[in-house]
Design a protein around this ligand. Structure first.
Ligand SMILES: Nc1nc2c(c(=O)[nH]1)N[C@H]1C(S)=C(S)[C@@H](COP(=O)(O)O)O[C@H]1N2
Ligand SMILES: [Mo]
Length: 256
């Protein structure tokens, strides 16, 4: 399956995506498609299977695409925010497995592990995360599978957290490892964006397991799959970390 064939694979007729949003998404897909096509042209006619050199050329083009997108999408532009009345009733659950397999993590023993380019690697408990400043947001979550919904999350601004742990904010990537073996990664400018938060609450109460207890990254400037739930470990690194969906062909940057 080609990466973009997965887009809109699982429409949710119960949730409507405003037309303006679809137009914006189309424009961006067109942009991504154009960049990807330019990359494929030079290799037309070759047998590309199992060729490590081709793999690394394509990897290079793909990383260049990510940087071009980083420059085009900007790191300070704000995602739209909404009112309490706009919140989607019964916000959807989604994961790479069905709801019957939702991970239930014990918050009393859970500790957030830190690795990589970080000066203070002491693990964080939930109580300690609650001592940091908290911020709330009502924003739209957009899933590549063809649905979007508005929800309310609150937690620690991720920039504040990165500063507290002495993260090297000149590093390229932040990688998130999750309690359900999911993982993803984001660019540092997006990690430092003012609306990127380490969310502890949904709708003013601790995240229920389905939304990622004990902690999820809420990043409204990126697609839903770049919002890791059940975070267990955070690594700051210059080595491209990929992700669960990213490694299967989804665009790594996936900015909104
Ligand atoms: N740990 C983990 N995080 C994840 C996923 C997952 O399968 N595991 N799925 C992603 C996808 S594709 C989406 S759309 C959102 C869904 O979040 P929600 O269940 O709070 O709606 O979580 C993202 N984060
Ligand atoms: Mo998603």
């Amino acid at each position: 399956m080609k990466p973009f064939d997965r887009l809109l694979r699982r429409p949710r007729p119960d949730i409507t995506i405003p037309e303006t949003h679809l137009i914006r998404a189309d424009r961006r897909l067109f942009l991504r498609g154009g960049l990807v096509a330019a990359g494929s042209l030079a290799l037309g006619g070759c047998d590309l299977s199992d060729n490590p050199q081709v793999e690394s050329i394509l990897g290079g083009i793909s990383r260049l695409n990510d940087r071009v997108q980083g420059a085009l999408f900007g790191s300070t532009r704000l995602a739209p925010t909404f009112d309490v009345a706009d919140i989607t009733p019964d916000f959807p659950f989604n994961a790479y497995y069905p709801a019957s397999k939702i991970r239930v993590i014990d918050g009393s023993t859970w500790k957030l592990e830190l690795a990589g380019l970080v000066s203070d690697k002491a693990p964080w408990t939930l109580d300690r995360l609650r001592t940091l400043p908290q911020e709330a947001q009502i924003t739209r979550h957009v899933c590549v599978e063809g649905w979007s919904a508005i929800g309310q999350w609150s937690g620690v601004p991720f920039r504040t957290f990165l500063e507290r742990i002495g993260a090297d904010t000149t590093a390229r990537y932040v990688r998130f490892a999750c309690g359900d073996d999911y993982w993803t990664s984001i660019d540092m400018p997006s990690a430092l964006h003012p609306q990127t938060i380490l969310a502890l609450d949904y709708a003013g109460a601790p995240l229920p397991p389905k939304y990622g207890f004990p902690v999820k990254l809420r990043i409204p400037t990126k697609l839903g799959f770049k919002n890791p739930k059940h975070i267990m470990a955070i690594t700051v690194t210059n080595d491209y970390p990929g992700g669960y969906w990213e490694d299967q062909g989804y665009n790594w940057f996936s900015g909104l």
